[in-house]
Design a protein around this ligand. Structure first.
Ligand code: SAM
Length: 243
């Protein structure tokens, strides 16, 4: 029996550093230092955990608390892997408003590697740069909370033909589409790379479905009920993660 990595420290003890940690001293600024100074009331000597999104964790000690910055000394570098054993990209026609953020937060928790916002014929929400910045901040917050040391990537939006073509043929490519047979895909998990696609509230149109199927994607049925976009994306992620 192999032991799993220990549970992550609580969110209030984990802080994200927006550049690779290579030195023994780190200065936190922005929302991370704000939280440490004004919410946690950190003082010299307090122990926290830093991560930089590259896969490692860094136990650290607060050395100096400034007005808007906190200086810490790094105690050690520890490789603690809380990633899925596979690489999972989900292309999703993002829902509107708060449901986007919810989807991103849960996708981080489930271990999704990358989200590609899809532009399809029936898409309603086209994420602009500002929305992507907010979603990337949500990735950091969720990673602090769930203990992920690698950040889930959120790409620039892609149109449907480009996304379909971007998935290498040797990967397992899954198109979530209601009412289709899902008999075949469970046996196609061996190479450890998954691309999944979830359509907009209005669904993929026939041309979009044909494009993917002709390129070798497999249609996946997630059950006899129609799921909202975010539910379908997370159900697919959970099934892949559990596999
Ligand atoms: N009337 C639309 C249709 O028939 O495609 C419903 C779209 S559904 C709200 C949004 C997306 O979630 C779909 O394009 C599909 O990718 C996914 N989805 C929802 N329910 C699903 C199911 N039962 N099986 C597979 N995919 C589903």
């Amino acid at each position: 029996m192999s032991l799993q990595p220990y549970p992550p420290p609580s969110m209030s003890e984990r802080y994200f550093v927006d550049e690779p940690i290579t030195a023994e001293r780190v200065t936190l600024s922005g929302p991370e230092s704000h939280h440490l100074i004004h919410v946690m009331r950190a003082a010299p000597g307090v122990r926290v955990t830093l991560f930089d999104g590259g896969g490692d964790e860094f136990p650290a000690v607060v050395e100096r608390v400034g007005r808007s910055e906190v200086e810490l000394s790094v105690v050690s570098r520890e490789r603690i892997d809380r990633e899925l054993p596979c690489d999972l990209t989900i292309g999703v026609a993002l829902p509107k408003g708060d449901r986007q953020k919810w989807l991103v937060e849960k996708a981080v928790e489930l271990g999704v590697t990358r989200i590609v916002p899809l532009v399809t014929r029936r898409s309603v929400a086209q994420p602009v740069d500002q929305a992507l910045v907010r979603l990337r901040r949500a990735v950091v917050e969720a990673s602090k909370q769930c203990g992920r040391n690698r950040l889930m990537q959120i790409d620039q939006p892609s149109d449907w033909p480009a996304f379909v073509a971007s998935a290498p043929v040797e990967t397992c490519r899954l198109l979530a589409h209601p009412g289709v047979d899902n008999g075949e895909w469970k046996s196609k998990k061996e190479n450890g790379m998954f691309f999944a696609a979830v359509g907009p509230e209005g669904g993929f149109d026939d041309g979009e479905v044909s494009l993917a199927l002709e390129a070798g994607w497999l249609a996946v049925n997630l059950g006899p009920r129609i799921l909202r976009v975010e539910t379908a994306a997370l159900a697919l992620a959970a099934v892949v993660a559990a596999g």
